[in-house]
Design a protein. Structure first.
Lengths: 439, 820
């Protein structure tokens, strides 16, 4: 026992607390530094992506400023004419008359029941207003002949049309020139031309419907949707013209080539949608930075980068694996493929003087399996599968039948009924080729 | 003193002991009432608010938790137990009085609580009598359960306070006892279900795994047991006890033993002050800290799965389990008590005086009290950090988000700790502090939500404000050690609390103060204009025909009828236009459709000339323009902002016709001059604009729907956004703000106010392309959602520069934009 050396010495356990404290605060410091470092790195990644988007893989990024893109790529030659034509089409009178002619015998809400009924009616026969009231159709088309001719002349070239708009990021509004009345009017004009046996007018209608898509083919999300819709009316018009045998072989070949070469609006929609999501995320970050929006956990640069990477992966996956998850995409694909397969069979018959044994023989025309088969999935269900077109061939190979509806897609526009089955015959085809189209 | 006098004196003593707790919980109840009334007053949606009974049920429950312990614990802490034992009063009487005061005060708090609920419901809700809660029917078991639970807590507290040396330990022991009781009832219910015993109501209603009737029976049994145990313990501890057994002959030995102990302590090596203080703090709190750390670790594990975003796709059913809810409550309680015991363990038996008397530095005392609790919080946050990646979903799982979650959890934990340690230092009684701390923290949390929701206080500021309470206790440690609990002590603590509460409100107050006001001269001018009477004759309609409307038929046989009806409507409208009768519109959409129709007719008549310029087509074109000229004047006469904007759309369309050299010739010179005169007359147009603006502002102010949305005349400006007071004040001011900007816009020249126009559009989030001249293009957009959309547009300048009738040049070089 010593009193001589009253050495100041901490209790042994205090060292334990010291080390625990050091460890706790050290861990916190480490986490904080690591956090900041990773956020700075993610921010740099976003910055570099923003500065130089992968234009090679996603040209849509070039159109983030749509007004600037239009200034560079579109022609202003006919813009005022387009604006004027649209002003006429905006008339509630024209709009209502078109809708009257497209009337179906039901005014229920567009629910499943309604769509099913419309589908059944299509099978039974034509009940849409423009088919049951041909004299009204004629009257309306005659009355608007000047307007229709103006649309024909505006669609004589393939130049992109400049439209004035204000660039406002994802909120950039496209002028409402892209209205359904435009393509519906031309489709009705096509139908009237078929009735009047005016093959020239039919050809102009088909060309105009095609150009309505190409002349406003901007790389933005909304336009891709417009393309899908105009395409469906275009395909319907082609079917009608083929039914009436108003398209000669040369035009059929040209059409088939254009259809096979055309970009896929579903993929475009997905791609432009992805860009739109990126743009939205950027705008949100800017709003947070300006204090216009409360900050959220998802606004961390690292989370945004991660989300963007995930989006890329999932959307690419959606493009290649499950394109028909989108209801309207199923309808579009049905229509597009039905036209392509029909044109290809006709071409096959012309070349070989016999109908193909199976649709797989259409590969010789340039089709792939994807053109007559679709990966189909019923919306909101797990039901899915590969569905080819139903094709029947006579035993001697001289005739065949193609069912145009691959499955009971509920997204067909019922206002444009098509026959459910088209017939092909070697003799009739040969005879057809030897003569000019009907006057 | 006779027996009655003694009883009265004892009763008074007991009442005084429980009074602080009564006032505290009732104060809490009043705070709840105040918040409910505030929330109802500030809410943008008026109406009868359903006031939930739960907060008012919680008041007696909280009181019950503390009252039994307080009645006994105070005797122990203030060392009056020996005095009580020495009184010539039977122990049974003292015990009976304590039980009587406990039950009586509990009943009083129950009554007060129900009364408060009744008052609040009558004030802001449908009233108790109109309530949808059918207490006697559907929730009859609850009506019995809550009072029974409160009685159980009271008796258990009393019993545990006798059996434990520390009243705080008695208080904490109520947590496992209550959980044990609940587990027993759940177990009985499970067994009953297993054997399919018919126990009343077991299948009706689930109370965390137990049926209400089983729970009620278990609670009743527990209450009886607690009462019996408490009564026995009271008699045992209150009976007269023997004096010290040591005799005078043993006294010397005792002193010698004490000296030996003292001398051995003197032989210890001297300690650094920090080390000693930390040891003292750790030693006296060790069991409390170990217990709380264990509860924290357990509850962190329980609650770690709860996603940040409940809509994030995680399976929600996993988190709504009662166990997780209990976990949350325990987590909050544990952090609160961690804060409370930072000071209360030194309050017990006035231990802090020992340090105070020896001149120990208050700063050193302050941080040695917080050292280990803060370390516990960091440790718990680290446990969450480790567990989180394995128990979260979606973006919550990302490493960076997990780190962020760690810091957020720690910040919230420290904020709660800061508030509760402040309560711990502010209140002298450990029991009251322990009971009040969770309530205080809850009240501050609700206040934080209020500050965020109503004053748009950012979260970080709400959290940071609570750190002021840590500064408060640091500042007040010296008077606390000196036990200087005077008015100055409480005033300073109150000052810190007030500062912490006001701080988050400052940004919102600043925003409220900086809302732009309408200048007095503009207000006066607009009021003068609004007071001028409208000439109703100007827009009297003498035409007779059906409403302007096209429709699609619902039946096939009506296709032809509808087709013909549409043609007839078109014919009537065209006749109206060409005879300059004007326009009949009755709502926003009708005006828009009419304008679309007439502008379509204008372009179509021009196209007809371009195709075939016959006298007939030219006359038709002229009549259409004449009709539109008349229409502009009619629309202006209505003095409605939307109508005025509609007239300007027609003017822009007419400007397009005047610029078109080819069709200008078809117009004829007098008509062209009339159109040019109309278009270049800015003075008349501006006067009409100002009048329509004044009327719009006046009608917006008298709108009955302004509480939900903001209107300027026929224009819907915005909804009430976040619903905060700041947002609502801004929305209420929005019509005046927009009117001021529009008024000021009219003081500028056409073409030089593009920036201001864009600002107005952006402030209303209506920045789409409007009708105007863009480059050399005439754009006619649909009549939109932006008031004054065409004011001081490029078209006005272009209209003034229109050439004479015979000129062949059109000036377009003054307008910027894309080149043709």
């Amino acid at each position: 026992m010593s009193y001589a050396n009253p050495q100041r010495k901490s209790l042994p356990w205090i060292h334990g607390w010291f080390w625990i404290t050091l460890l706790a605060f050290g861990s916190m410091l480490f986490l904080a530094l690591q956090f900041v470092w990773k956020e700075v790195a993610a921010s740099a990644k976003l910055q570099s992506f923003r500065a130089a988007p992968v234009v090679a893989n996603a040209p849509e990024f070039a159109a983030l400023d749509l007004a600037a893109w239009l200034n560079q790529h579109a022609s202003k030659k006919a813009t005022q004419d387009w604006l004027d034509v649209h002003l006429i089409l905006r008339s509630p009178y024209i709009h209502s008359q078109i809708q009257t002619l497209l009337t179906l015998p039901s005014d229920e809400l567009p629910d499943e029941k309604w769509r099913k009924e419309a589908f059944d009616m299509r099978e039974q026969g034509a009940l849409v207003g423009w088919m049951t009231q041909p004299e009204l159709l004629k009257k309306f088309i005659d009355e608007n002949r000047g307007l229709i001719d103006r649309l024909y002349s505006l669609c004589e070239d393939e130049e992109l049309v400049y439209l004035p708009l204000l660039s406002n990021g994802t909120r950039t509004l496209l002028p409402d020139i892209l209205d359904s009345s435009t393509y519906q009017l031309i489709f009705l004009a096509c139908e009237q031309a078929i009735r009047e046996q005016d093959s020239v007018a039919v050809g102009r209608c088909i060309q105009t419907l095609e150009r309505l898509h190409t002349k406003f083919h901007y790389p933005v999300y909304g336009i891709a949707r417009w393309s899908t819709l105009t395409n469906m009316w275009w395909y319907a018009a082609i079917h009608k013209a083929l039914d009436a045998e108003y398209i000669d072989r040369a035009d059929r070949q040209a059409l088939l080539k254009r259809l096979l070469d055309a970009s896929d609006p579903i993929e475009e929609t997905l791609r432009t949608g992805l860009v739109s999501r990126w743009q939205k995320s950027e705008e949100q970050a800017e709003q947070v930075w300006k204090g216009e929006k409360p900050w959220q956990q998802t606004d961390f640069p690292s989370v945004r980068w991660n989300k963007w990477s995930e989006d890329k992966a999932t959307w690419r996956n959606a493009i290649w694996n499950e394109p028909t998850d989108f209801g309207w995409a199923a309808a579009w694909e049905d229509y597009r493929d039905s036209v392509v397969v029909r044109l290809a069979i006709l071409e096959y018959v012309d070349r070989n003087q016999k109908t193909p044994e199976s649709l797989s023989q259409l590969t010789s025309i340039g089709l792939t399996e994807r053109d007559w088969t679709t990966q189909w999935k019923r919306p909101y269900t797990t039901e899915k599968g590969n569905v080819p077109f139903k094709y029947e061939r006579s035993s001697n190979g001289q005739s065949a039948g193609l069912y145009l509806h691959r499955h009971d897609s509920l997204h067909f526009p019922p206002e444009i009924p098509l026959q459910s089955k088209v017939e092909f015959g070697v003799e009739s085809n040969a005879a057809k080729n030897s003569s000019d189209p009907k006057p | 003193m006779n027996r009655t006098t003694i009883d009265r004196a004892l009763l008074w003593k007991e009442v005084r002991q429980v009074a602080p707790l009564v006032w505290t919980v009732l104060l809490f109840g009043l705070a709840i009432c105040l918040l409910i009334v505030l929330a109802e007053t500030a809410s943008p949606t008026s109406g009868k608010m359903e006031v939930p009974p739960i907060p008012f049920l919680a008041i007696p429950m909280i009181f019950a938790t503390g009252v039994g312990i307080l009645l006994v614990g105070n005797e122990k802490d203030q060392r009056t137990l020996t005095w009580l034992r020495s009184l010539p009063i039977p122990p049974g009487r003292i015990a009976a009085l304590k039980f009587l005061v406990a039950v009586g005060s509990l009943g009083f708090v129950w009554l007060a609580s129900i009364l408060l609920w009744w008052i609040v419901r009558s004030a802001v809700g449908p009233g108790v009598t109109e309530t949808k809660w059918n207490w006697v029917g559907e929730y009859s078991s609850l009506v019995l359960i809550y009072p029974m639970v409160s009685l159980f807590l009271t008796f258990s507290g009393l019993a545990m306070a006798w059996r434990t040396s520390s009243s705080v330990v008695a208080l904490l022991s109520l947590v496992p006892i209550s959980i044990a009781l609940w587990l027993v009832s759940a177990l009985i219910a499970k067994v009953a279900n297993h054997y399919q015993w018919d126990l009343a109501g077991q299948a009706d209603w689930d109370l965390g795994g137990s049926s209400p009737w089983i729970y009620l029976m278990v609670i009743a049994a527990g209450t009886l047991a607690a009462f019996a145990y408490g009564w026995r313990a009271s008699l045992l501890h209150l009976r007269p006890q023997d004096g010290p057994r040591q005799t005078v002959f043993r006294l010397g030995a005792s002193i010698a033993d004490s000296a030996a102990v003292d001398s051995s302590s003197l032989l210890w090596p001297s300690q650094p002050r920090t080390s000693a203080l930390l040891w003292q703090s750790a030693y006296q709190n060790r069991w409390i800290w170990i217990g709380l750390a264990a509860i924290l670790a357990f509850t962190v594990w329980l609650t770690v799965q709860i996603p940040t975003d409940f809509g994030g796709g995680a399976p929600a059913s996993d988190y709504i389990e009662p166990v997780v809810q209990i976990g949350f409550v325990l987590l909050l309680l544990a952090v609160c008590w961690l804060g409370v015991f930072a000071y209360q363990s030194d309050n017990m038996n006035e231990r802090i005086r020992f340090l105070s008397d020896r001149g120990v530095s208050p700063n050193r005392v302050w941080w040695t009290r917080h050292w280990i609790p803060v370390l516990i919080l960091i440790g718990v946050a680290l446990i969450r950090y480790v567990l989180r990646p394995y128990h979260s979903y979606g973006s919550d799982q990302l490493p960076q988000v997990v780190v962020y979650d760690f810091f957020r959890f720690l910040a919230i934990g420290i904020a709660i700790y800061a508030a509760s340690q402040w309560i711990g230092q502010s209140l002298r009684s450990p029991i009251i502090a322990t009971v009040v701390a969770p309530l205080g923290v809850l009240a501050l949390f609700i206040y934080g939500v209020f500050a965020h929701a109503m004053f748009e206080a950012p979260y970080w500021l709400v959290g940071s404000a609570s750190f002021l309470l840590l500064v408060a206790t640091w500042f007040q440690t010296k008077p606390w050690m000196d036990r200087a609990f005077g008015w100055k002590y409480y005033l300073i603590h109150g000052g810190f609390l007030l500062t912490a509460m006001i701080l988050p409100l400052l940004p919102g107050i600043w925003k409220l103060a900086s809302i732009p006001r309408m200048p007095a001269d503009i207000r006066e001018s607009l009021s003068d204009l609004a007071r001028q009477p409208l000439d109703a004759k100007k827009f009297a309609w003498d035409g007779v025909h059906s409403d302007f409307g096209f429709y699609s038929p619902s039946q096939m046989f009506m296709v032809a009828t509808a087709f013909a009806s549409n043609e007839e409507s078109r014919k009537q409208r065209l006749e109206d236009l060409k005879s300059s009768k004007g326009i009949r519109v009755y709502d926003w959409d009708s005006l828009r459709r009419n304008l679309d129709f007439y502008l379509s007719a204008l372009i179509a008549s021009r196209h007809a000339i371009e195709i075939d310029a016959t006298p007939e087509t030219q006359a038709n074109y002229r009549r259409t323009i004449e009709g539109l000229l008349a229409l502009v004047k009619t629309l202006r006469d209505h003095e409605r902002l939307l109508w005025q904007d509609g007239s300007e759309v027609i003017e822009i369309a007419l400007l397009g016709e005047c610029r078109n050299e080819a069709t200008r010739q078809s117009m004829s010179e007098p008509l062209y001059r009339s159109v040019v005169q109309l278009l270049s007359d800015n003075t008349t147009r501006d006067m009409c604009r100002r009048r329509s603006l004044a009327r719009a502002l006046e009608s917006g102010q008298s709108s009955q729907t302004k509480r939900f949305a903001t209107w300027l005349g026929d224009y819907y400006l915005a909804d009430n956004g976040r619903g905060s007071m700041v947002s609502q004040a801004h929305q209420r001011n929005l019509p005046e703000e927009v009117a001021t900007r529009l008024w000021q816009l009219l003081q500028k020249d056409a073409g030089s106010a593009e920036h201001e126009r864009r600002e107005i559009a952006q402030s209303l989030q209506q920045d789409s392309l409007q009708s105007d001249i863009v480059g050399s293009l005439i754009t006619i957009a649909r009549l939109g959602y932006l008031p004054g959309a065409h004011w001081r547009g490029a078209w006005e300048r272009e209209a003034r520069a229109l050439p004479p009738f015979n000129s062949t040049s059109i000036s377009t070089n003054t307008v910027g934009g894309p080149n043709q």
